[in-house]
Design a protein around this ligand. Sequence first.
Ligand code: ADP
Length: 743
Amino acid sequence: MLIERPWMRWPASLLVFAGATWLNLHLQPQLGDRAPLLPYFPALVIVGLSCGFGPAFALLCASCLAILYFWIPPVGTLFPVESVSNVALIALFFCAGLLIAAVAATAGSLVQKDRRSRQRLRLALAAGRMVTWDWDIEQRHPSTTGDATAIFGRRIRSMEDILQALSADDAATFRQRYAYALDSGGRFSQIAAIVRPDDGQTVWTQIDGYVATDSKGRAAHAYGVLVDVTPQQEALRASQAAEERFQLALESAKVMAWECDEQARYTWAVNVPMGISREQVIGAEVGSVAGQPTFAAAVLDAVRSGQPVTLDQRASHGGRDYQLLTSIRPIQDADGQVRRLLGATVDVTELAAVQQQLLLESQRKDTFLATLAHELRNPMAPIRYAVSVLQHTADEGARHRAVEIIGRQSAHMARLLDDLLDMSRITRNDVALQRQVIDLRTVVKQALEAVEPVYVEKRHRISLSMPPRPVPVEGDPTRLQQVLGNLLDNAAKYSPVPGEVLVHLAVDAGHAKVTVTDRGIGIAKDLLSRVFELFTRLDSSSAAPVGLGIGLAVSRQLIQLHGGTVSVESEGRDRGSRFIVCLPLAEGGVGALPGASTGPASGQDDHEDGSAGNTCVLIVDDNEDGANTLAEVLREARFRTAVAYTGEDALTAFERLHPRVVLLDIGLPDLSGNEVARRLRGRARDELVLVAVTGWGQEADRAATAAAGFDAHVVKPVDATEIEQLIRRLLREPASSAALGTG
Ligand code: ADP
């Protein structure tokens, strides 16, 4: 190979020449001067390879002269050469030497180039942290280039070394991809983690390979490269993590990040609000998608001025309105021109609504405090007046009136304070209900009794209608009475004098419904939703009835604690109002009421509820199922029922319950139905209705029952509706209702 420093090549070739001549001078006497050219050929090769063509050519010339001088007769002179054959020999030597010098010099330069390119390759591989691998598939001959030990902490010489360096999963993937490339030819690629055995560090490695095929299309040669891509992978992972954090931050803060060009057209956007997709905004002019007419102008202003801008805008999309807060920052190029703008838009719709709500709450609280002061001051004046009367008057009548005033006004103040306490307990979620199964009718009646003085005073008329049967609900009777009392109070307060209030209690689809209807000042439709809010007084003028705007809010909370609802209906101002309280019926129905009979006792099923006008029907049948089902059906039709399965039991039950109607089977196990009927007729008042319910329907049977005193004869099987209608016909009973007049 070529000597690196060119100036050293000449002395080197001179040395080689001297050496070859010295060797020749010692060698030729042994050889009889027959091979004077011999040592110069290797010398030419050596100098050609290591010193290049110039020194080799010089060596050739010098060799020719040395041969002429030392070995070609006449020895000791260069000229003349006596024999033609010697001239030919020298000429041939020169030509051959020239060829050898040229070839050796070319080979030397090639070797030099190759060495340099190998050096460059090694440098490139080290800089790129790569190892190349080469696999002659037929010869199974592997080779690698590059410092695998430095990069991967292990020697990588063969395909097995690569596979061993990978985890089991990655090795399986590699095998699979390599096998596929072997079958089909072409490239394969994979990123895998290699753990360095020396320090346990993970080296992320990109394995790229290529399988070349021979002329017959068979895989002949695989080669590729292992590249340490750890920095890129780490950067990628870090950027993915940063992206995720960024996205999370944007999403939780409801921020849209965007970029637009100097013509105010979106070029990039993430986390677009209002249900708009990224595709919809990219390329669109800012503000064009969600109806923000001033947006584009503001961006163009920022382009001109180069100054950041903040915008508080309304937007609408998909039929909804939004409040958006936008910050825009123009980005200047090196030449000072704004070509792109960064923006962040925050959806503050909820925040704005909450702010508005807070403002309203605060205003309402202020109004409430003013009202409270007023309401508390109101009773104070008469009390102080009464106190001064007590201090200064000896007149018994005046003193008595003063005491009454103090009593009345302090009771009023106590009510206000109770309301306030309730409100604070409810807002703190600190209300404990004393729940029990109660008959809601009783609560309604008690609430009516409590407000009766007010109604009497104001000459309001109040009507009550409710079912004849108990309405069991699970609740706190005091709290429920408080709610109904509040509704009745309001109805009285907000009705002109004399007014009319209707209270209706009904059972509907597993719920008890109490409706309080007045014909008073009514409520404008747009204000209906507000009446249950705290501190709401729809009319806050001084002429309005006293009130703190707490009662309905407290009522709603109490009813909700009972699992029920309270709602309001009104046709508008001066069209009256209707408040509806809906409570779930107690599980277990009437049977759950304290003191209620839960099943047949000694052959009797007693369902008395004690309400006036409620008809009691005694069903007598030895078929227990038949008797019980008929009783059930009649109970549904709002009759009180009792059941007896023998004639004797029927007589006992009759004594105890005095039913208006007896449905009597004829074939009973002890006494016959006709006999029982005769005895009942003997004991009962005239209005007793006796119906024979029997399987016998012959004329003779009918005649026998008629003779025994039955009012009707029904042949089994009995249709429930028919028998109900028959009873009603026989009783001529109107629908249940009651009315209480206090006016
Ligand atoms: P208040 O103590 O002011 O009556 P409520 O919470 O009971 O407080 O009622 C809130 C507001 O609802 C009342 O100020 C009144 O404007 C309206 N309101 C309540 N009941 C009626 C009703 N029966 N008719 C008309 N307006 C009513």
